[in-house]
Design a protein around this ligand. Sequence first.
Ligand code: DSN
Length: 445
Amino acid sequence: MVDEFVGKLIEEELQRQREGLELIPSENYVTADVMAATGSVFTNKYSEGYPSFEGLTEYGDEKLAEEVLADRRYYGGQVNTNRVERLAIARACRLFGADHANVQPHSGAQANMAVYNAWCEEGDTILGMDLGHGGHLTHGAPVTQAAKVYNFVRYGQKDITTGEIDYDELEAVALKEQPKILIVGYSAYSRIPNFKRMAEIGRKVEGCMLMADMAHVAGLIVGGMHPNPFDYGFDVVTTTTHKTLRGPRGGLILTKGVVGNPMRKPEKTLENLPTLIDRSVFPGTQGGPLMHVIAAKAVAFGEALRPEFREYAKQVVKNAKRLADEMQKLGFVLISGGTDNHLILADVMKSFGVNGAEAEVAIDEIGLSLNKNSVPDDELPPFRPSGIRLGTPGITTRGLKEGDMVKVAQWIKAAIDAREDDAELKKLRAEVKEFSLRFPLPSDK
Ligand code: DSN
């Protein structure tokens, strides 16, 4: 690379990734193909609008990659962008059993905002999981733009030792507040919600859309290790594409319903959601799509359609369960008592009298990345919370199996114990480096 400064930083980041292990549950390592598409010439292209949606669910990849159809774009030169976006949409629909997919959201936050904008008017009520109980920032945390526009109300966990959601409270709030959207979704929750019960509650509220933000578990859904909200009658699924789904950084919106012409505003019905959402993404909340990222999404969706991806998803959950068990043996108190997915939330303040920020720094020091995180009803502030959050999507991609979780748990505990002992941290770092180098990044293979 000609820019020696940025070139050096890319090289150093590559080394950091090779010599350590990624335990942040929302991160992963992409393949060389996904990386190549992300860095491709599609980055040069503007493509506001949409390709033709004709035949998307019937055609195979070969026809989608070949066929050139009229489109609804605002710039010329779209012969290849149209075909690559059609491939991405078709593969996303196949993966999730959706009627339509919008592959243009730049991120999960953009995807969620576009869904709110498609269905709600200013001041409408939206019901989502409390951020402090595992929900997500974009589900109405007071600091967000969405919270200025809509009226967010919340539900939480009834019992944090099991992670059971308080469905009675949820139902009472839904009936009282009459939300326009009921959101199931979370970024620090390690159990599987009762989608059937939630759908039943949502359907009791007239005009309520059922939305599942599955950013964390999307890869587990397509790998058969987590329920698919569409099987319970949900209307919309949003997700990011870079977590368990193992694609480039970006967002995705999947819908059930009838796919119409995005140039014409349809009546506001649940059936018309695909078109309402397309109009809400562009021109409603975004301009030009990132075509290089859409090409990389198409590649990642193709990878996730392969049988090997099911094995991957299975191993992610096996590894997480074993890691949770090993951590508990070492004295970690886990929120909800364990995990059913890829994610673990540990209360390190309760376990060892150390806050999550201090633990994160010590663990980082030895080459393992995870993040400090609030625990439900945390008495400490978010920058110095009681917990740490970790998970297994990245290390499973690297090739680690259940047996390796013993060592990973021991390293995490050893780093916390040695947090003020530089010599011991250095020794642990050398061990982690030697081990990590045995498991190449997929983009190095
Ligand atoms: N930042 C993501 C996470 O780590 O869960 C969610 O947006």
